[in-house]
Design a protein around this ligand. Structure first.
Ligand code: ATP
Ligand code: MG
Length: 300
């Protein structure tokens, strides 16, 4: 975690896994100031309060058939921005790669696998990771779910059913999905009220959006699931990006979110230290853009 000296405001990275206590003292190596650090979660998952807010877009699934388009980064950073606006946000790592869990420094935790196959209470699996922000982590055992459950009746409703008892605890539930279509994406789409399709402005990525649209239609045959396309990893200096952006705007019109997320090296730095960008550097371009996205999603 990042620790900031109370006195000189120098930022340090501290490996808290080496420290047994949750409340301890540290000495700043720059100004020698001694101050207390409290790493205990600020709220306990068993003390979740009911929220009366029932936004139409409570469960937002973030998906794109194409890999590496910033699905996980969007889930983490949009969720963080919403949580900083005072919303109670649950992030669901619904990908056996467990990248979302890794970005939050969570490893080898229980996951949706244990909820389904070992009947562990979902509230025991959900962890409070920041103020107003919770995580349902993933682990590599999640990969077994696809094999073990595909034959089961109603396998596409596992996530929707698991969320029913806890939905009232949160204002938003954001689901990160893998690029593959098997098991996870259909489950995440059946649980969703709304979908965000992140995409880069690249020629092949346009095809990814089209495929994802078709997957949404194929999975949700009985109802219409609304979606928006989010431009990510945008490079202002790249002419091809601008051309593809214009094409996407023409094709998808109002389905394209106004907020664009630029390529930002600060985002990559933040991921090295397991911090959402807004906690790492709230002034960074991508932090400001994810805040703007959160506001845009709020009023959609
Ligand atoms: N705004 C950004 N600026 C710079 N790099 C970014 C930004 N957003 C994401 N990245 C980087 O792009 C890469 C892909 O991001 P991410 O893992 O979020 O994509 P993904 O769609 O979830 O990938 P996968 O399909 O494998 O799950 C990562 O290395 C991440 O650090
Ligand atoms: Mg991902």
């Amino acid at each position: 975690m990042i620790i900031i000296c109370d006195k000189c405001k120098t930022r340090f990275r501290l490996d808290t896994s080496l420290i047994k206590k949750t409340l301890f003292k540290v000495r700043c190596s720059k100004c020698k100031h001694v101050f207390s650090v409290d790493t205990s979660p600020k709220e306990d998952v068993y003390e979740l309060k009911q929220t009366n807010i029932e936004p139409e877009k409570k469960v937002i699934t973030i998906c794109n058939h194409k890999g590496g388009v910033a699905k996980t980064s969007t889930c983490l950073n949009l969720g963080t921005s919403l949580s900083m606006m005072g919303k109670r946000v649950l992030l669901i790592d619904f990908d056996a790669q467990a990248n979302l869990s890794l970005l939050l420094g969570q490893k080898n935790e229980f996951s949706f696998y244990e909820i389904v196959q070992k009947e562990i209470d979902i509230l025991k699996v959900i962890k409070n990771v920041r103020t107003n922000l919770w995580l349902l982590p993933s682990n590599t055992r999640m990969a077994l779910l696809a094999q073990q459950c595909l034959q089961q009746k109603d396998f596409g409703f596992f996530l929707r059913d698991a969320l029913k008892p806890i939905k009232d605890h949160f204002d938003y539930i954001l689901v990160d999905t893998p690029p593959s279509v098997k098991f996870f994406t259909p489950n995440a789409l059946m649980a969703a009220d709304f979908v965000i399709i992140p995409t880069q402005c690249e020629f092949l990525a346009m095809n990814g959006v089209l495929q994802t649209e078709n997957i949404i239609k194929a999975v949700t045959k009985t109802h219409v699931l609304d979606y928006r396309v989010l431009i990510t990893l945008f490079d202002n200096s790249n002419t091809a990006s601008k051309v593809i952006y214009a094409k996407l705007q023409k094709k998808y019109e109002s389905k394209i979110l106004k907020t664009i997320i630029n390529f930002d090296s600060k985002m990559q730095e933040s991921q090295i230290v397991n911090e959402p960008i807004a906690y790492y550097d709230d002034k960074a371009l991508s932090a400001r853009q994810y805040h703007a996205l959160a506001k845009e999603i709020e009023v959609l």
